[in-house]
Design a protein around this ligand. Structure first.
Ligand SMILES: CSC[C@H]1O[C@@H](n2cnc3c(O)ncnc32)[C@H](O)[C@@H]1O
Ligand SMILES: [Zn+2]
Length: 432
């Protein structure tokens, strides 16, 4: 089906050119034409027309790191450092999770992400990934699903976790009409002994699967790693061969210049999670240095338990602001760089081809932002407003593969009232 979107402001291409009087033609989920209003006559016979009414049409946002399975732990365990938070709050609670908890948590998260303009997300989780995949399927969102593996267990258990991850990888890719991809996800070097990481690398190479892992999130974990192994985590993973396959690391807060050189050499991609890093008191990632080195930096929210929301506009804004403050240099992470990090860089980090831009030949994953909001006036500096002023609450419509998933701020594929009811019901059961 051909669709014509006209009378809009379109943010297009890798350089984020703003077309003030733009239109776009989509056919079978792919962007076919992007042009200016004066060329519109040739397309007037297309029967399915959407008047953008001067609103802004931008690429869908891409969240490259999170744990939507733990969304019901939002607000539980605030104001703690990572290790205490994981050991005394997250892990004991996650041990009580049932399929009902995961369904409620993941539905709530997908609803929140779609309504705030996220069209693709990466999930690292160890429980009921099959249920999460079904929600991806029915909601229409796009996802990279990774079965998180903690290797603090016997070799037999490690083998069974890896076997499950490989089986899930095969099965989940068949769901969601091509919208689901997978990676192998060792949780972190401090929860995955070297022999377990070697097993994972072996399979990743054999199955041509990328690797996703938490890395160097806190100073504590890095210093404990050095005491245990006599080297820093990045060197450790490089020696084990993790970076021989495409790797996306989450966080990368505590990295030396030598470690950044290694990440650059192996073209390791980074998911920058500034809000979670601030909330857990982990620190500020050296993103300015990463960008100078041409390291691919994308943006993730981490979970609602450490953020505490999944709004990629807010995350993008934080990514653009925080490095200016910490380096006392306002040129670090420009609005254009932050926007690219939240869109096209995310697509590349997750290994999706032809995704993350409003450009001919790209998947029609896009978002329409209400240009009439007071905080977006005067409405001429579109990219600046998108990064420094907008939030997910400004999103009015969301499309994935050309299919409308959110219209007038309402999700068409999910029952909001029911999801909120079940989230609170599951939450009460969990805490009773
Ligand atoms: C086994 S994969 C999921 C596992 O990761 C935990 N988690 C959530 N946020 C973080 C983080 O910032 N660093 C490390 N681990 C994290 C989550 O609670 C699950 O147990
Ligand atoms: Zn995480």
């Amino acid at each position: 089906m051909k669709q014509l979107f006209y009378n809009g402001v379109i943010v297009t291409g890798e350089n984020q050119v703003v077309i003030p009087d733009g239109f776009m033609v989509v056919e079978d989920g792919v962007i076919e034409v992007v042009g200016t209003q004066d060329q519109l006559d040739q397309f007037s016979s297309i029967p399915n027309k959407v008047n953008l009414k001067g609103n802004w049409l931008i690429p869908g946002l891409i969240n490259t790191h999170g744990h939507i399975g733990s969304t019901l732990l939002r607000g539980y365990g605030d104001d703690l450092p990572l290790a205490t938070w994981l050991e005394t709050k997250m892990w004991p609670m996650e041990a009580k999770f049932t399929d009902e908890t995961i369904n409620a948590a993941a539905s709530l998260a997908i609803l929140e992400m779609l309504k705030s303009g996220t069209t693709t997300f990466l999930e690292m989780y160890h429980l009921h990934l099959d249920l999460i995949a079904n929600l991806v399927d029915t909601s229409g969102i796009r996802s990279c699903l990774t079965r998180g593996m903690i290797g603090l267990c016997s070799k037999t258990e490690q083998e069974s976790k890896l076997a499950e991850a490989l089986q899930l990888s095969r099965d989940l890719r068949k769901i969601g009409q091509g919208r689901i991809t997978t990676m192998l996800a060792p949780h972190a070097p401090y929860t995955c002994p070297p022999e377990f990481l070697e097993m994972i690398v072996h399979e990743a190479k054999k199955q041509h699967l990328p690797i996703h892992t938490h890395l160097s999130e806190t100073a504590k974990e890095v210093s404990e790693h050095f005491t245990k192994y006599g080297k820093r985590p990045v060197e450790h993973l490089a020696e084990i061969g993790v970076f021989d396959v495409h790797t996306l690391i989450a966080h990368g807060v505590h990295l030396t210049d030598e470690e950044l050189d290694i990440l650059e050499k192996y073209q390791v991609a980074v998911s920058h999670n500034p809000m979670s890093n601030l909330k857990l008191g982990s620190g500020i990632a050296p993103v300015g240095k990463m960008l100078k080195k041409q390291i691919l930096v994308s943006i993730g929210t981490d979970s609602a338990a450490s953020n505490n929301n999944l709004d990629m506009f807010q995350e993008m804004r934080m990514a653009a602001l925080i490095h200016k403050g910490s380096s006392e240099d306002p040129t670090v992470v420009s609005a254009n760089e932050a926007f690219l990090m939240a869109t096209y860089n995310g697509a590349k980090a997750l290994g999706f081809d032809s995704l993350g831009l409003v450009e001919v030949g790209y998947a029609a994953d896009f978002v329409i932002v209400n240009a009439e909001k007071p905080h977006l006036q005067p409405n001429s500096h579109v990219l600046s407003h998108l990064v420094y002023s907008a939030s997910g609450a400004d999103v009015v419509e969301v499309y994935v593969n050309g299919k409308c998933l959110v219209r007038d701020g309402q999700c068409l594929t999910m029952d909001e009232e029911q999801i909120i009811f079940y989230a609170n019901k599951a939450f009460k059961k969990l805490y009773s």
